[in-house]
Design a protein around this ligand. Structure first.
Ligand code: HEM
Ligand code: HEM
Length: 190
């Protein structure tokens, strides 16, 4: 399997980064839901609310680095040919959905970072490094960034439902193996 994408299919780098982002985003949604529901002095699975905030911020910044690597990997090589099993309308949908997903991979961490910095909360990266805050207290920016973060999270969930739904529809109902294009090994043309 090639490292970079070819007209025949996705390269191993794209595949590894795709599933790494899935794992990081799954963690982000889980941590966000726990930290927003937990009382300040309560714990869940042995971790305090502050602990969850810290992990959410730190993993979110790791996800930003992975998103940059992913965009660079996508720009190397070429995009694979469309899977022949996809209709014109599905291709148009996938194209739009991928644009939204790529945008979200940047908007989510950047808006989160701006919110906590402009809001004066800061980031203690993995509990070992207090990141310098060059933005300083800026309440209007903090509010705008917070709402961008929240609204984008909902847009992301809806788009992911469409993205995953389409892949599962093809894989489980039509049984044309679309998912194989993103799994290890040669995808072939499905
Ligand atoms: C891939 C990256 C990220 C994803 C997918 C993500 C996802 C989320 C989600 C789903 C929520 C809950 C939104 C709601 O209220 O319904 C949230 C909240 C939050 N996120 Fe993130 N996040 C990411 C990165 C970051 C980063 C990098 C930071 C800060 C450095 C951050 C800070 C926060 C904070 C402080 C909240 C609580 C907002 C509130 O008080 O309502 N996030 N995030
Ligand atoms: C955070 C979650 C996800 C994001 C951000 C995401 C994003 C993307 C993006 C941007 C692409 C286009 C290829 C690229 O340039 O990298 C893609 C392709 C693909 N994704 Fe996802 N994805 C997510 C979750 C999933 C899940 C859970 C599945 C499995 C059910 C899945 C299955 C696929 C498949 C099979 C393709 C190849 C589609 C094709 O080209 O025909 N994705 N994904």
């Amino acid at each position: 399997m090639a490292l970079h994408n070819t007209s025949d299919g996705y390269g191993s780098l794209t595949k590894v980064l795709h599933w790494l982002v899935v794992a990081l985003f799954a963690f982000q949604f889980a941590a966000a839901n726990i930290m927003l529901r937990l009382d300040t002095d309560a714990t869940a699975m042995g971790m305090s609310q502050a602990g969850y905030y810290n992990w959410h911020k730190s993993i979110g910044l790791v996800a930003l680095v992975v998103a940059v690597l992913r965009l660079m990997a996508r720009r190397r090589g070429q995009l694979p040919d469309w899977a022949p099993v996809l209709s014109e309308r599905e291709r148009a949908f996938i194209h739009r959905a991928e644009q939204v997903l790529y945008t979200a991979m940047f908007v989510m961490p950047v808006s989160g970072f701006l919110y906590v910095m402009a809001g004066g909360y800061g980031v203690n990266l993995f509990g070992v490094w207090e990141m310098p805050n060059s933005i300083g207290a800026w309440p209007a920016l903090a509010t705008a960034a917070k709402w961008t973060h929240i609204v984008s999270a909902y847009v992301l969930v809806l788009t992911l439902a469409g993205h995953v739904g389409l892949v599962l529809w093809h894989t489980l109902v039509l049984r044309d193996g679309l998912l194989r294009r993103m799994l290890p090994g040669r995808s072939g043309h499905v």
